[in-house]
Design a binder for this molecule. Structure first.
Ligand code: ADP
Ligand code: GLC
Length: 492
C-alpha cells in the first residue's frame, strides 16, 4: 500500500518524546513488509541544520490560505532513509524556531496556525506527489488532516480514494484553541458543534481527528480501554466510546538498531543476556558521569529518564523522597520539562548529594547510559499510553518499577520469586505508600544476586520488535481503505 505519515516528531530528526521513536521506526518496518511509505514533517530549525547543503525543493510555493492572508509554503525533498521517503513543510516564519512546540513547559501562541498549516500543506503536498491510499496521522498536531479531507477537500477528485487513520499517542494533548480558530483556518461555522470539533467551547484538533478519521488506534491495549473512561479520557471518553468499534490498541515496539546493549554506540561497554559483564562497566561509567563513583557495588542504582510533566508521577516520588534517601540506594535522574518538577528533583539532589544526582535537559547519550548502567528503572506514571523507557529497560537488563497503567501494565509482569517468573515490580494505586512498597520489594530482590540475574534475563528475553505492530497497522490500513463512502458511515 501507499501510506503517508504526518507527524510533528520523528527520531532522530526532531524529538521530544516517544512519538518520535515510533515515527522513526514504524515506517521503516512497513517498507520491509513491502509498503511504500512517505513521512511528512514540519521543517523545524533543527531539521534544517541536519540537512547537508542547500535544501532541495520538490515545490517552491504552495498557497495555504488563511482568513486575512495567504502563506506560501515550500516542500523540501528530504530524500530516502532506509527506504522511507521524507518531505518537510517549509514555512520559516512558523517553523524556523528553537523549539518544536514552545519554550520549556509552554506553547507558542500561534500553534493553531502552525499545525493547521502543517495539516493543510501535507494534503496539498500529497496531491503533487500522488495521493496515498492511507494518511496515517499522529496526535493533535496532524489530526486536522482527516477533518480537512472530509470537509474542505471532500469534493476533490484527487483525494477520493484516500482513507485516514489517527493514532493517539496521548489523549491529554489535544490542541485546544479559541472558537475563532474555526474562521482563521477557513472552516465553516457548522463545524464548530459538539458532534464535530467543538469541545467545551474550544476548537479541539484531536477531537476533530477522532470524529473524522476512518480508523483510530492508540499505543497499548490497556490505554485503548482506559481512554474510554472518565479517569483517563481527558473529557474525550464520550466521543471515544462512540467510536469504540473503530479503535484498536497496538503496542509500540523497540527499534533495535538504536536500543540494543550489544551494539549501542553510546555505551562504555557492550553486553548480552548470556554475557552480562559489560553491564558492570556501564554502571561504573554512569556513576562517573553523575559524580557518584563512591557508590558501593552492593547498592542498587535507580535510573530515571523522563519528560518532567504531571503525567509521569513525580509527585509520588516527592512524597517519599526522604524515606527513599534513607534507604541503601542511589538515584540518577535525567529529565526536562515543567520547572516545578525540575526544582523538585534539583532540591532532592541538593539535600542528598552523595545519593541523588540529577541532570536537567535533553541528552540522548546520557539516556542510553542510564538505561544500561542502572539496576532499576523508575516509572511511576499517573497514566502512560505505552511508555518506551520501561521496554528499553527490559532490553538492557534494568529492572523496571512501574505503576500498573496503560502500556506499563501491558509490558511489565510482577516478579514472582517462587516461580521465578516476571520482569519487574508494579503497583496499582496512585499512592506514595504503594510506590514505596514496590521499591522495597525490588530492593529485597536485589540482595540475592542469583535471583536478580534471573529477573534481568527474564526481561532481556522478551520480544518487543516492530514487526508484529507493523502487521497490525497494515490490517487497520486495509480496514480503513475498505470503509464505505463518506459521510454515510460517519459516527453520529
Ligand atoms: P513520552 O513519549 O511520554 O515522553 P516514552 O517512554 O514513550 O514517553 O518515550 C520517551 C522517549 O524520550 C524515550 O526515547 C526517552 O529516552 C526519551 N527521553 C525523554 N526524556 C529525555 C531526556 N531528558 N533526554 C533524553 N531522552 C529523553
Ligand atoms: C506518548 C506517550 C507514551 C508513548 C509515546 C509513543 O508520548 O506519552 O506513553 O510511548 O507517545 O507512542
Amino acid at each position: 500500500m501507499k501510506i503517508l505519515f504526518a507527524a510533528s516528531e520523528c527520531a532522530p530528526l526532531a524529538k521530544t518524546g516517544g512519538l518520535a521513536d515510533v515515527v522513526g521506526a514504524l515506517p521503516r518496518e512497513l517498507t520491509r513488509l513491502g509498503h511504500e511509505v512517505t513521512v511528512v514533517l514540519p521543517f523545524y530549525a533543527r531539521i534544517r541544520r541536519q540537512i547537508a547543503g542547500e535544501p532541495k525543493y520538490a515545490a517552491r510555493s504552495i498557497t495555504i490560505p488563511f482568513r486575512y492572508y495567504n502563506r506560501f509554503v515550500g516542500l523540501v525533498d528530504g530524500g530516502q532513509r532506509d527506504g522511507v521517503q521524507f518531505y518537510f513543510v517549509d514555512c520559516p516564519e512558523l517553523f524556523d524556531r528553537a523549539e518544536l512546540y514552545g519554550p520549556a513547559g509552554g506553547e507558542y501562541s500561534d500553534n493553531a496556525e502552525r499545525f493547521g498549516l502543517f495539516c493543510r500543506a501535507t494534503i496539498e503536498a500529497s496531491k503533487l506527489l500522488g495521493a496515498p491510499e492511507v494518511f496515517h496521522v499522529h496526535d493533535w498536531q496532524a489530526a486536522l488532516i482527516p477533518v480537512y479531507l472530509r470537509t474542505t477537500y471532500a469534493a476533490d477528485p484527487a483525494l477520493q480514494g484516500a482513507a485516514t487513520v489517527l493514532t493517539l499517542h496521548n489523549a491529554a494533548y489535544q490542541g485546544k484553541f479559541p472558537p475563532n480558530t474555526t474562521e482563521d483556518l477557513l472552516f465553516p461555522w457548522d463545524l464548530f458543534t459538539m458532534d464535530k470539533v467543538e469541545h467545551y467551547d474550544r476548537f479541539n484538533f484531536l477531537k476533530g481527528g477522532i470524529v473524522f478519521a476512518d480508523k483510530l488506534t492508540t499505543v497499548s491495549r490497556k490505554y485503548a480501554e482506559e481512554i474510554q473512561t472518565a479517569e483517563f479520557g481527558e473529557q474525550l471518553e464520550g466521543v471515544l466510546r462512540g467510536r469504540a468499534g473503530d479503535l484498536r490498541g497496538i503496542l509500540n515496539g523497540v527499534d533495535s538498531t538504536l536500543w540494543n546493549p550489544a551494539t549501542d554506540g553510546h555505551l562504555a561497554a557492550h553486553y548480552t543476556a548470556e554475557n552480562l559483564a559489560g553491564k558492570q562497566a556501564c554502571r561504573a561509567d554512569l556513576l562517573h558521569a553523575f559524580g557518584l563513583e563512591h557508590v558501593a557495588a552492593s547498592t542498587p542504582v535507580v535510573g530515571i529518564v523522563s519528560r518532567l510533566v504531571t503525567q509521569k508521577g513525580f509527585d509520588l516520588v516527592a512524597a517519599i523522597a526522604e524515606e527513599l534517601a534513607a534507604r541503601d540506594l542511589a538515584v540518577v535522574a535525567l529529565g526536562a520539562g515543567d520547572p516545578y518538577y525540575e526544582k523538585l528533583l534539583r532540591g532532592w539532589a541538593f539535600r542528598h548529594p552523595a545519593k541523588v544526582a540529577v541532570r536537567l535537559g535533553y541528552d540522548e547519550t546520557l539516556a542510553h547510559k542510564i538505561e544500561a548502567g542502572a539496576d532499576l528503572f523508575l516509572m511511576p506514571s499517573r497514566y502512560e499510553p505505552c511508555g518506551l523507557n520501561q521496554i528499553y529497560s527490559l532490553k538492557y537488563g534494568t529492572v523496571p518499577i512501574v505503576r500498573a497503567t496503560g502500556g506499563l501494565d501491558d509490558t511489565i509482569e510482577e516478579w514472582d520469586a517462587a516461580q521465578e517468573t516476571g520482569t519487574g515490580f508494579k503497583f496499582a494505586g496512585y499512592h506514595p505508600r504503594d510506590l514505596l512498597a514496590a521499591i522495597d520489594r525490588a530492593l529485597a530482590a536485589f540482595r540475592d544476586q542469583k535471583v536478580w540475574t534471573q529477573l534481568m534475563r527474564n526481561g532481556m528475553a522478551k520480544e518487543y520488535g516492530w514487526k508484529k505492530a507493523a502487521r497490525a497497522y497494515v490490517h487497520v490500513y486495509e480496514e480503513a481503505a475498505q470503509r464505505g463512502p463518506w459521510p454515510l458511515n460517519r459516527p453520529s
